[in-house]
Design a protein around this ligand. Structure first.
Ligand code: UN1
Length: 504
C-alpha cells in the first residue's frame, strides 16, 4: 500500500542482467523526476552504454539456450504467476507510475491492469501456439507447420504506457520461447524495473529478461546494431521508427514497429451528442492526450458542430488539472518539458494557420501547478483538414474540431492523414456505422465510443505511417515473436518427389 513515506523516497535503481541487479559499467546514472513536481526525485537509474548492452545480449543468448527448450506451458505458467503478482502489487506499481510519468491514478491502475490482462491472455497461449496440419500431396507423408522462437529480442518501449506496452511485447515473447533485452523510456524506467521484479518473483530463470536503462543514442543504438539480436520491437514516434527500420534492414533483423496516430472521431448529424462529448473528452484529454490512440480530431457534420463544440468547450473547462496522485484530478501534466514545449508550439502553429482557439492554449503555472509541466485542455475550432494541427501528431491535450458536410466528406477528411491507428464514428444509423467500419483507414475502429481503450485480446496496430504491417496483442502478436517452420515427414520408405511424382 501507498504510504506518505513512499511519496518522498527515492531509490538507486539498477539494470537487470543475467539475473543480477547491477549498475552501469561506467557507474554513470540519470535522474527520474516527477513531472507534476520536479522537486520530487523518483529515483536514479543506470546511464548505460555499449558495454552494458553487450553483457545483456550475452546473458540473454545464454538463457535462450535452455529457455527455448522449456515446454511452452511451463513458460506460460511463469507468465501467469507474474500476472498474479502484478495484481497483488497493482496499487503500489500504479502509484509509482503516476509519480514517474504523471497520468492520473485511475489510468495508471488501468495500465497495470492491461499488463495483468496480457499476462493471463498470453499464458493461455502456452497451451495453444497453434500450428497447422495439412494433407500432404504424396502417400505416406505428413505435413505440418510449427511455431519456433526467433531468438534474442531487443525491445524499445515508450513512456506513455510504461508497463502495459512492455507487457504486450515481453509476455508473449517469452511464452514463445524468446529471451529479451529491453531498453525502457528514460522517463519511465521504474515501471519496467517493477515489471521485471514481478517476473523475477514469479520464477523466471536468470537472463530470460534483461533490463538496460539509458538513452536511445547510448543503449538503443547499440541494441539495434548488435549482431546477437534477431528482432527489434519498437513503440514510439514515426520518425524514430523509420530509423529503426533502416537499421534493422542493414542488420537483417526482424522488426515490428508501432508508431504515431492522428485519430479522428467522426460525428454525424444523428449522433448522441452528450455521449460524443464524453467520449471526445476522454479520448482527447485522457493521459493528457499522450496516447498514440488519442482523439486529436473531431470531424463533425456542420449541422451539429456548433452544439457539439459548445458542450465540449464547457466540459473541457471543468476538467481538474493537477498531480495524478490526487484522486480528484482528471488530467495530469505533460511527461516532460520537451513535450510541453511541443504542445506550446502547436498551439502557436494552429493560431497562425487560422484555426480558432476556443479554450486553453496555455501552460498552467503558479500554485499547485508551479513545479510541473501542466498545460490546459485545449480545443481549436474551425480547423481545416490541411492545417498542420489537423495532420501532425501533437501528443498532448490539443483537440481540433473540423466541420464537414456529411459522411462522404467526413471519411475523406478522416483518411487524409499519413497515419492510420484508431478511429471512431458516432451515429445511430447502422448502415453508416458499417460504411465507416469498411472505409476508415485505421487498424482499430470504434462505433459510438472513444478512439482509446483497446482490449488486449484483439490485434493492436495501424496502417500507413502508424505501423509496418505487424499487430501486437491478440493472437497476431505470435506472428511477431515466432518464426514458422514447415515440417514434412515421409514415412513411405522411398524417395518421393513433390510436384513430380504424380500419375498424369
Ligand atoms: C498507446 O497509446 O501507445 O487503446 C497505447 C488504448 C490503450 C493503449 C494505448 N489500451 O488507448
Amino acid at each position: 500500500m501507498f504510504t506518505g513515506v513512499m511519496a518522498v523516497s527515492s531509490t538507486v535503481h539498477k539494470n537487470l542482467i543475467g539475473g543480477a541487479w547491477v549498475g552501469s559499467a561506467t557507474g554513470a546514472s540519470f535522474e527520474n523526476r516527477n513531472p507534476a513536481d520536479t522537486d520530487d526525485l523518483v529515483g536514479t537509474f543506470p546511464k548505460s552504454s555499449q558495454e552494458d548492452v553487450d553483457r545483456a545480449v550475452e546473458a540473454a543468448g545464454k538463457a535462450y539456450e535452455s529457455w527455448r527448450l522449456t515446454p511452452a506451458p511451463r513458460r506460460a505458467e511463469i507468465v501467469f504467476r507474474a500476472g498474479q503478482i502484478l495484481a497483488q502489487r497493482k496499487e503500489e506499481y500504479a502509484r509509482e507510475m503516476t509519480r514517474e510519468m504523471g497520468k492520473v491514478l485511475k489510468e495508471t491502475r488501468g495500465d497495470v491492469q492491461e499488463a495483468i490482462d496480457t499476462a493471463f491472455y498470453a499464458a493461455g497461449e502456452g497451451r495453444r501456439l497453434f500450428g497447422q496440419t495439412v494433407p500432404a500431396e504424396l502417400p505416406d507423408k505428413f505435413a505440418m507447420s510449427i511455431r519456433v522462437p526467433v531468438g534474442v529480442c531487443g525491445m524499445i518501449t515508450p513512456w506513455n504506457f510504461p508497463m502495459a506496452i512492455p507487457s504486450w511485447k515481453i509476455f508473449p515473447a517469452i511464452v514463445c520461447g524468446n529471451s529479451i533485452v529491453i531498453k525502457p523510456a528514460t522517463d519511465t524506467p521504474l515501471s519496467v524495473v517493477n515489471f521485471a521484479r514481478a517476473l523475477e518473483d514469479a520464477g523466471l530463470p536468470p537472463g530470460v529478461v534483461n533490463v538496460v536503462s539509458g538513452t536511445g543514442g547510448s543503449v538503443g543504438a547499440p541494441l539495434l546494431k548488435h549482431a546477437g539480436i534477431r528482432l527489434i520491437s519498437f513503440t514510439g514516434s514515426t520518425e524514430v521508427g523509420q530509423q529503426i527500420a533502416v537499421e534493422c534492414a542493414r542488420g537483417y533483423k526482424k522488426c515490428s514497429l508501432e508508431m504515431g496516430g492522428k485519430n479522428a472521431m467522426i460525428l454525424l448529424d444523428d449522433a448522441d451528442l452528450d455521449l460524443a462529448v464524453e467520449a471526445a473528452l476522454w479520448g482527447a484529454f485522457g493521459t493528457t492526450g499522450q496516447r498514440c490512440t488519442a482523439t486529436s480530431r473531431v470531424i463533425a457534420d456542420r449541422r451539429v458542430v456548433a452544439s457539439f463544440t459548445e458542450r465540449m468547450v464547457a466540459r473541457a473547462r471543468t476538467l481538474k488539472v493537477g498531480s495524478g496522485l490526487d484522486e480528484t484530478v482528471e488530467m495530469g501534466p505533460c511527461v516532460n518539458e520537451a513535450q510541453l514545449r511541443t504542445v506550446e508550439s502547436y498551439v502557436q502553429i494552429g493560431s497562425k494557420d487560422g484555426a480558432r482557439l476556443l479554450t486553453g492554449g496555455s501552460r498552467l503555472s503558479g500554485g499547485a501547478h508551479g513545479k510541473g509541466w501542466f498545460f490546459e485542455p485545449t480545443i481549436f475550432g474551425e480547423v481545416k483538414p490541411d492545417m498542420r494541427i489537423a495532420r501532425e501528431e501533437i501528443f498532448g491535450p490539443v483537440l481540433s474540431i473540423i466541420p464537414v458536410d456529411g459522411m462522404d466528406e467526413a471519411i475523406r477528411v478522416a483518411n487524409a492523414v499519413e497515419y492510420g491507428l484508431s478511429g471512431a464514428i458516432f451515429t445511430r444509423d447502422v448502415n453508416k456505422a458499417f460504411r465507416a467500419m469498411r472505409d476508415v483507414e485505421a487498424g482499430i475502429l470504434y462505433v459510438n465510443s472513444s478512439t482509446i481503450g483497446a482490449e488486449v485480446q484483439l490485434p493492436f496496430g495501424g496502417v500507413k505511417k502508424t505501423g509496418n504491417g505487424h499487430r501486437e496483442a491478440g493472437t497476431t502478436v505470435l506472428d511477431i515473436f515466432t518464426e514458422w517452420k514447415s515440417i514434412y515427414v515421409d514415412f513411405s520408405g522411398r524417395l518421393q518427389k513433390a510436384q513430380i511424382d504424380r500419375a498424369d
